[in-house]
Design a protein around this ligand. Structure first.
Ligand code: HEC
Length: 134
């Protein structure tokens, strides 16, 4: 009688552990898929905005300068990781988001999107994605 109770208890514990692990793994996988899709969407949107002169009123998009073959020093690959850093124009340590806002205001003659807005975060995601693209 007793061994059977022990065996049944053990089986219940093992089954519970198995179900718990499988459920945990399924939720983990789901989050990973969601995270990758969300990041891809942000990077794609940032890529689009990077080429969109409508961000400003000067008729220029970011890519006009930053992808100009005549100005290879302006290529942004691997630059995102350097932030926060000191900026000459601001004479302060700023984030990548703040730098992009400055670019939109001064170089695109546009109204910069708020920090944390979808547009600004997308541009940050795109520039950060260039770090691994080379
Ligand atoms: C008229 C040309 C021009 C346009 C348009 C322009 N930039 Fe720039 N950008 C520059 C120059 C020149 C620098 C380097 C001097 C400085 O940091 O201000 C720079 C610097 C930067 C940096 C800092 C790079 C580093 O090494 O730290 C980032 C990030 C950046 N730009 C992003 C953008 C984004 C995003 C846009 C579009 C919203 C944009 N730029 C539009 C000319 C431009």
């Amino acid at each position: 009688m007793r061994p059977r109770i022990i065996a049944v208890s053990l089986a219940v514990v093992v089954a519970a552990l198995l179900v718990g692990t499988l459920a945990g793994r399924a939720i983990g996988d789901e989050d990973e898929v969601k995270a990758a899709a969300a990041l891809k969407k942000a990077v794609d949107e940032g890529n689009r905005l990077f080429r969109d002169a409508a961000l400003g009123s000067g008729g220029k998009a970011c890519a006009a300068c930053h992808e100009d073959p005549e100005r290879p020093k302006l290529a942004l690959a691997s630059r995102a990781g350097g932030y926060p850093k000191w900026d000459r124009r601001e004479d302060a340590v700023i984030t990548l988001g703040q730098k992009i806002r400055q670019m939109i205001e001064k170089n695109l003659k546009g109204t910069p999107p708020e920090l944390g807005s979808v547009a600004l975060v997308s541009l940050e995601a795109y520039i950060a994605s260039l770090a691994s693209a080379r």
